[in-house]
Design a protein around this ligand. Structure first.
Ligand code: NAP
Ligand code: MG
Length: 491
């Protein structure tokens, strides 16, 4: 395991010489030590990224040259996906096939942005038509500068890729702080960058605690842009910290996404997508469709099928064959979610399935797939993000009620609808107040398409060309036709 920080292309001991424990959520046991970066290390890393941006080759390379590095990174992730996947399983707990899938997605993200950075080479700037024909205005895009990235633990390498790949494609340099709960694959990414010969200081990786390293990165005056994925309270603090320097920020925050299922849906398809929408990655997915609304006439039959299928899910260590539900990330999350279920029940909710630690899995942070019903609009399990394998299901009478209930949330990340009537699906898709909508499915995510939320779910969009734009400044260059006279003072 790697026990140094990656700063300025060098493996560097943390300034305070500290380490922190990395735990396997399937056993609760410590299996590695990670280097503990503190504010002093963030200062070193930002200084390295600043030098690399101001004086180094990276922002001055052509898109085609940058793309060569990005493709090399993609190739190495792909070639090493099984080993990296195993690290991710131990660090995060997710089932191995999901972890390997994440590695493929992360590689795909680097390859996609390699393509976009190549396209930038042909970009001669956009000529803007002006009312006054004596002037010509051209718009060009330039890298924003030094970017900071603060990411969560639910998709450790993939969330890093969503930020590192577009930032590097744009010509920015970056300091990445992974979550203290899952620092390992970010350090592997640093090692890959070293192997492919990425110029020094272009990517710096500093694991550490949010309250120290994270806070320093968010407050650092030399960081031009901060990209954050995590919870709403931390996102709000990041915004306040960034305000001091008018730092450009993008925020990908939490959600409580609805899934509206009409009675004309195929019940088997509905059950499977509902399950994928909430049990995949143990429900620790920002876009999880955790509020399911089912048309009244389908509700009893659907509940019966959902409970029957949820009961069949194999729970266990993500390393074991056939496991579809691993442990939650930490003891804290486990206790928090059990507490939320308890409070939800006290406020009137009924546990239809699960709600407990599975029998026989006494170590680790396991929770049964959980199905709740009978909650009022203001029950906390219906309103608040649980971030676990807990789905709340309610019946609805008609389309109008479904839309009202779906949109009655402070969040607006994602939403899903299922019906055989595609006109109705399109109508509902337009009515949702959410940045991502799925029709007849839930969760599939594509590197090419924009990702981000309405309302408290965030600001800005990642992925696709929107993700690249996060790391670009817009410059307009206006030229006056020198054959003309201005004639204001001298006529
Ligand atoms: P979190 O507590 O907000 O942490 C996210 C990151 O912020 C971690 O690296 C954390 O470091 C750091 N951090 C914490 N306090 C900080 C501070 N004061 N200053 C700077 N950085 C700080 O969230 P989490 O519990 O790890 O992740 C779960 C949340 O992320 C959920 O709400 C989920 O919905 C959201 N999420 C959203 C998306 C999306 O795309 N919208 C994707 C994934 C997750 P430490 O690890 O050291 O605390
Ligand atoms: Mg945390």
């Amino acid at each position: 395991m790697r026990d140094m920080l990656f700063i300025n292309g060098q493996w560097t001991a943390p300034a305070a010489r500290g380490r922190f424990e990395v735990c396997d959520p399937a056993t609760g046991e410590v299996f590695a030590q990670a280097p503990l970066g503190t504010a002093a290390d963030i200062d070193q890393a930002v200084a390295a990224a600043r030098r690399a941006f101001d004086k180094g080759p990276w922002p001055r390379l052509s898109g085609h040259e940058r793309a060569r590095y990005l493709r090399a990174i993609a190739d190495r992730i792909l070639a090493d996906k099984d080993r990296l996947g195993l690290i991710e399983v131990r660090d995060n707990g997710k089932p191995l096939p999901e972890a390997v899938w994440d590695m493929e997605d992360a590689a795909g993200c680097f390859a996609f942005y390699a393509g976009l950075t190549e396209e930038m080479d042909g970009d001669q700037g956009e000529i803007i038509p002006l009312q006054d024909a004596r002037f010509q205005s051209k718009v060009v895009r330039e890298p924003i500068g030094v970017a900071g990235a603060i990411i969560p633990w639910n998709y450790p390498l993939l969330m890093a890729a969503w930020k590192v790949a577009p930032a590097l494609a744009a010509g920015c340099t970056m300091v990445l702080k992974p979550s203290e709960l899952t620092p390992l694959t970010a350090l592997e990414l640093a090692a890959i960058c070293e192997e492919v010969g990425l110029p020094e200081g272009v990517l710096n990786v500093v694991p550490g605690f949010g309250s120290d390293a994270g806070q320093r990165l968010a407050q650092h005056p030399d960081v031009d842009k901060l990209a954050f994925t995590g919870s709403v309270p931390t996102g709000s603090r990041i915004m306040q910290m960034a305000a001091a320097d008018i730092k450009n920020i993008s925020l990908e925050l939490g959600g409580k996404s609805p899934f509206v299922v009409f009675a004309d849906s195929d019940i088997e398809k509905a059950v499977e997508w509902i399950m994928f929408g909430i049990f995949w990655n143990q429900g620790q997915v920002c876009s999880a469709t955790s509020r399911v609304l089912v048309e009244e006439s389908l509700y009893p039959r659907l509940m019966e099928r959902l409970v029957a299928e949820a009961a069949k899910i194999r729970i266990g260590n993500g390393m074991e064959d056939g496991v579809k539900l691993g442990p939650l990330i930490s003891e804290t999350q486990h206790a928090k979610i059990l507490g939320m279920i308890e409070k939800g029940v006290a406020a009137g909710a009924t546990v239809v399935h699960g709600g407990r630690r599975p029998a026989g899995l006494d170590a680790g942070y396991f929770l049964e797939p959980t199905i709740l019903t009978d909650m009022d609009d203001d029950n906390l399990v219906w309103r608040e993000e649980i971030f676990g394998p807990v789905v709340c299901v309610r019946p609805f009478k008609d389309e109008a009620e479904a839309i009202r209930l779906a949109n009655d949330s402070p969040f607006g990340l994602a939403a899903a609808v299922m019906s055989d009537d595609l006109d109705r699906c399109e109508r509902i898709a337009r009515a949702f107040r959410a940045g991502i909508v799925w029709i007849n499915c839930s969760q599939p995510t594509f590197t090419e398409a924009p990702w981000g939320g309405y309302k408290k779910s965030g600001i800005g969009r990642e992925l696709g060309r929107w993700g690249l734009a996060n790391y670009l400044e817009t410059k307009q260059i206006t030229t006056f036709n020198h054959r003309e006279r201005w004639g204001w003072y001298i006529t």
